[in-house]
Design a protein around this ligand. Structure first.
Ligand SMILES: Nc1ncnc2c1ncn2[C@@H]1O[C@H](COP(=O)(O)OP(=O)(O)O)[C@@H](O)[C@H]1O
Ligand SMILES: O=C(O)[C@@H](O)C(=O)COP(=O)(O)O
Length: 424
């Protein structure tokens, strides 16, 4: 297998978002959980997305795990590697985007790395280096209240400069609009000044197509699904990959009980939970009981099991920003996040033991904890439920299982029933 594109994603929902984008753009794509074991049978593909849970861990660890993934991908012939980050640039001043980018840049000998989280389909655009989420700058968006990495600065040039050892430049929209040669010339200018990375503006998919043509000539790029779209379209339009559009996975129905778990506290997920209350039983976990070890996961399983035969259920830890802040003040941010993720993993494990084979999970870190606990080594990409969220079919486990890993911010108000409707 010679990969046309190797991808390293810093969380599992982000990886499925990217795998979805690449698949829809015509690349045969598989998502793996971590660096695949030698005995994992992978289909013949154009792209592999290695999913890491490295967004919120200590920077040194994120670097070493990303480098291991890069080495595996390069070993499978990937001359181009995309480091997939969140379209809302989720990170802290300590990392992990900058440190990982710096390390991969050193490994790949890249001059100036192209960086853009733009993903216009989901309302993420970048102008003059500032990230907009819908109509508002990042720092005014709901991301200002993220439980793990609240975002308070919309200038990505500044944000990345605080994380990286290299200087950060800008390729502005006017340059992108002039076409690929203008971008190449600007990058050469920045490289001449020793600037190691540049935020690139993009507002429309056509901007990402221009960026993709240039990125396809580079060994390393950093960004969200939008740059993945640009890269995939460039690989197809330049004949480096023969388009396999429309060939996403369409396996047999799985059936049986279905369940949803929500650990995201995003506004979108809170709204989706409220909508789900109208169509399925919903259990709101008590986060304090999780933190004090009061058997909350077992209580949730006792609640869910007798209901599964009747139809899907939803179990949520999600709270409003005020409640999240209060819980974190009592227990600490990382301790709260970790304990709730592990409780979600306990619940998922119990549900699967009770026969659940269709599982919808809201939240990136939450999905990471659950998928790790279920020991799923990889996924094939199925139909799209909402922008950035496909149905996934697990590979490398006994029996069939369908999952949807939803980024907290993605999906419409009826996401949970939309997903279950497509996960037969
Ligand atoms: N009620 C709560 N209070 C505090 N933190 C919570 C609560 N519920 C979930 N969390 C934590 O918030 C984080 C949400 O992150 P994540 O699952 O990645 O969602 P998103 O996709 O919205 O970023 C996780 O660490 C989760 O355990
Ligand atoms: O790029 C994106 O926005 C998503 O693919 C993503 O990374 C999601 O992260 P979470 O919101 O933490 O699930």
């Amino acid at each position: 297998m010679t990969l046309a594109l190797g991808c390293i994603a810093d969380d599992y929902t982000g990886a499925s978002d990217l795998a979805n984008t690449l698949t829809r753009a015509g690349l045969r794509t598989v998502q793996t959980i971590g660096v695949p074991a030698d005995d994992l049978a992978l289909p013949e593909v154009d792209a592999v997305v290695v999913s890491l849970k490295s967004r919120s861990i200590e920077a040194g660890l994120a670097v070493s795990r990303s480098r291991a993934a890069e080495a595996w991908l390069r070993g499978r012939g990937a001359s181009r590697v995309l480091f997939k980050i969140c379209s809302t640039f989720d990170s802290t001043d300590a990392g992990n985007i900058g440190p990982v980018m710096d390390a991969l840049r050193a490994d790949s000998g890249e001059g100036t790395v192209l960086v853009t989280p733009a993903f216009p389909e989901t309302g993420r655009t970048v102008y003059q280096g500032n990230l907009f989420v819908g109509a508002v700058p990042l720092n005014e968006s709901p991301l200002k209240d993220h439980p793990l990495n609240p975002m308070h600065d919309s200038s990505l040039v500044r944000v990345l400069a605080r994380q990286s050892k290299t200087q950060i430049g800008l390729v502005d929209l006017a340059t992108v609009t002039r076409g690929a040669d203008a971008v190449r010339a600007r990058l050469a200018e920045l490289a001449g000044k020793g600037i190691g990375a540049a935020i690139i503006d993009a507002v429309f998919d056509r901007d990402l197509e221009t960026i993709g043509l240039v990125a396809a000539e580079h060994r390393l790029s950093v960004g969200a699904s939008g740059i993945g779209l640009g890269l995939a379209r460039a690989l197809v339009s330049t004949g480096k990959v023969k388009s396999a559009a429309g060939s996403s996975e369409t396996g047999a129905a799985v059936g049986g009980p279905a369940a949803c778990l929500a650990g995201s506290c995003s506004q979108a997920t809170l709204q989706q939970i409220a909508s789900a209350e109208k169509v399925m039983p919903v259990l709101h976990l008590d986060p304090d009981r999780i933190l004090t070890g009061a058997g909350e996961a077992q209580r949730a399983l006792d609640w869910a099991k007798p209901r599964l035969a009747e139809g899907p259920v939803l179990i949520a830890s999600s709270s409003t920003p005020d409640q999240v802040a209060a819980l974190q003040a009592r227990h600490g941010r990382d301790a709260a996040g970790h304990a709730i993720e592990q409780a979600m993993a306990d619940i998922a494990e119990g549900l699967v033991k009770s026969g659940v084979r269709r599982l919808v999970i809201a939240g990136g870190e939450t999905s990471g904890a659950v998928v790790d606990r279920l020991r799923i080594p990889g996924f094939l990409v199925g139909v799209e439920i909402a922008a950035g969220v496909p149905v996934l079919r697990a590979v490398g486990i006994e029996g069939d299982m369908l999952l949807a890993l939803k980024s907290g911010n993605f999906g419409g108000p009826e996401f949970f029933s939309d997903a279950l409707g497509l996960m037969r």
